[in-house]
Each structure stands twice: as C-alpha cells, then as structure tokens.
Design a protein around this ligand. Structure first.
Ligand code: ADP
Ligand code: MG
Length: 290
C-alpha cells in the first residue's frame, strides 16, 4: 500500500487538476533535472489559424479544397485549422479515396486518382516534390514564425498554407518558475527551426531541437537523460515515444489518446503552470515521507 503522504498528495493533485497515473511518477518527478516541452498544443495553444495562402498555379480555393479534403481525417491541429477555413469559405472538398497520416510530417491521400501530399516543406521534398519558386516565400513565412504547410498533387507543388499559433499565456511564467526550481528546460518540436526559435525565445527556453521526427524525439530524450532524469510534456501522437522514454511523461488532457496513454501524469486543465504545481506536490510529498 502507498504511504499516507502519497495518498494525501494525490488528493491535492486531483484538486489542482493533476492526475497521477502511478506513485512512481509522483515520486520520480521531484528527481527530474530537465523538463522538455513539445511546441504545438503544449507550449502553444494548439489552435493554429490560417494566416496566408500562396497558390503556385491554380486558385487559392482549389488549393484549400484539396488540402482540406486530404486533412479531413487527420486529428492534427494544423489539419483542423485548414478544414475550418475551407468550410468557412464554403468550399466543397473533393472525395478522398485513400488517407494516411505520417506523424510529425503530414498526410498523404488519393484524390481524383492523384496522389496528394500535405505537410511540412521537408516532407514534400523527401517525397520528391520540387518546391522551386515557392522556396523564398516559405523562408520568409517561417522567419515570421509561421508553420508552413505545403500541398502537392501528382508530384507538383500547388502552393503553401501558412499557419500561426499563439504561445499559452502562462508559458513564460511556467518556464521561469521551473528555472527558479533549478530545472533546465528544452523545446522539442517537429516544426521548423525558425518558428521553434521564435516561440522558445518568447517562453524563455534556450535549448531548442526543431524539425524532429517522433522516433528521434525519444532519442533526444535518451541523450538528455545522460545529464540526469528528464520529464517530457506533450500532447500529440508524435510525442508518444518521447513520453514513454522520459522518466516522467506528462500529457495535456486536451491531447490525443495515445499521448495520454503514454503518460504518467495528466494535466486535466488547459494551464501549463500545472506542470509546476505537480513538481511542488511531488517535492512536498517526498518531504512528508521523511
Ligand atoms: P510538434 O512537434 O510541434 O507538435 P508535429 O510533430 O505534430 O509538431 O508536426 C511536425 C510538423 O509536421 C508540423 O509542423 C507540420 O509541418 C507537419 N505536419 C504534421 N502533421 C501534419 C498535418 N496533418 N498536416 C500538415 N502538416 C503536418
Ligand atoms: Mg504537439
């Protein structure tokens, strides 16, 4: 049976919107040296908005309709934003014959017999799409902190959709509080380096690993663990391997099922500061046991 202090701590945790899956997680969190944050949906609100559409040949409407059709079955926040804009504009997305999500990169679909790719510029390039004349525009948008989603059909680039997200209002405060407690913070994201650096600077995080695929996220956690125990805070399908690898996996309840299933601690309220509250409870629970 668990020591009384843990039971008591769990009660307080529950009151503050913290679900502790295991007593080990609760006890282990106080030993952590590094807290690693995912970007989209964790450090940011995860409600990106479409900010700019650049059509390469056809119309904006065509580009958006094809992208929305391909993204319709994706649970990624970028996909939802694209689908919403297409809907608001009254566009009728074409029928989708096949769909596949490629976590951390984008989606593939078959539409009207043509292979459609929607995802990061790097993803399209890796599938042999030449972004050619769009490249300078992509650079510019990423420098502004945008997440650029490129769209291609039958190997031809149709254009890009630039999306922007907002830092959670308590992100900087949360990071500062963790630093005060002597913890290191790291940003780990699949998004582009420029957008990642911009959000990291705003939040006060110095160490950034961007453009990282889901399996690589877990490897980076392993590398960070050579410097001491690490906690990972994430929400996406792409974060699941890293949440499992971390000594303490922390998932936002607003996240995907697989992230929640992979975590030891679940943050029930959309407040990042709860990550600090959980650390405090973990520390105090330990002291009470002595
Ligand atoms: P993060 O680590 O910030 O949560 P992800 O690993 O989910 O981001 O995604 C990394 C990048 O892959 C995104 O920034 C985006 O460019 C691309 N991507 C992933 N899924 C999708 C999707 N469904 N539609 C468009 N782009 C996607
Ligand atoms: Mg995420």
């Amino acid at each position: 049976s668990a020591p009384l202090s843990i039971v008591r701590g769990s009660g307080e945790a529950a009151e503050r919107g913290i679900l502790m899956r295991t007593g080990e997680a609760f006890q282990g969190y106080r030993l952590v040296r590094t807290v690693v944050f995912d970007k989209t949906g964790t450090l940011t609100e995860g409600e990106p908005a479409v900010q700019e559409i650049v059509a390469a040949g056809g119309t904006e409407g065509e580009l958006l309709a094809i992208a929305a059709a391909a993204e319709a079955s994706s649970e990624h926040p970028l996909a939802q934003a694209i689908v919403n804009v297409a809907f608001k504009r009254g566009l009728a997305p074409p029928a989708v014959e096949e769909f596949q999500a490629v976590p951390g990169q984008g989606v593939t679909a078959r539409i009207g017999g043509g292979a459609v790719l929607v995802g990061s510029p790097g993803f399209l390039k890796s599938r042999g799409v030449n972004l050619g004349s769009l490249a300078p525009r992509i650079d510019e948008l990423e420098t502004q902190g945008r997440t650029v989603t490129a769209v291609a059909r039958a190997g031809q680039a149709l254009g890009v959709i630039a999306l922007g997200d907002r830092l959670r209002p308590d992100a900087a405060k949360t990071v500062a509080a963790l630093h005060q407690r002597g913890l290191r913070t790291v940003l780990l994201t699949g998004d582009n380096e420029r957008a990642a650096r911009r959000f990291a600077a705003e939040a006060g995080i110095a160490e950034v690993h961007a453009g990282v695929r889901p399996e690589r996220k877990a490897e980076i956690i392993r590398e960070l663990q050579t410097r001491g125990r690490a906690a990972m805070v994430g929400d996406g399908v792409n974060d699941a391997p890293a949440l499992m690898q971390a000594d303490v996996g922390i998932a936002m309840a607003s996240g995907t099922d697989i992230a929640i299933e992979s975590a030891d601690i679940i943050i029930l309220r959309p407040r990042l500061e709860t990550v600090v509250a959980a650390h405090e409870i973990s520390r105090r629970g330990y002291r009470k046991m002595l």
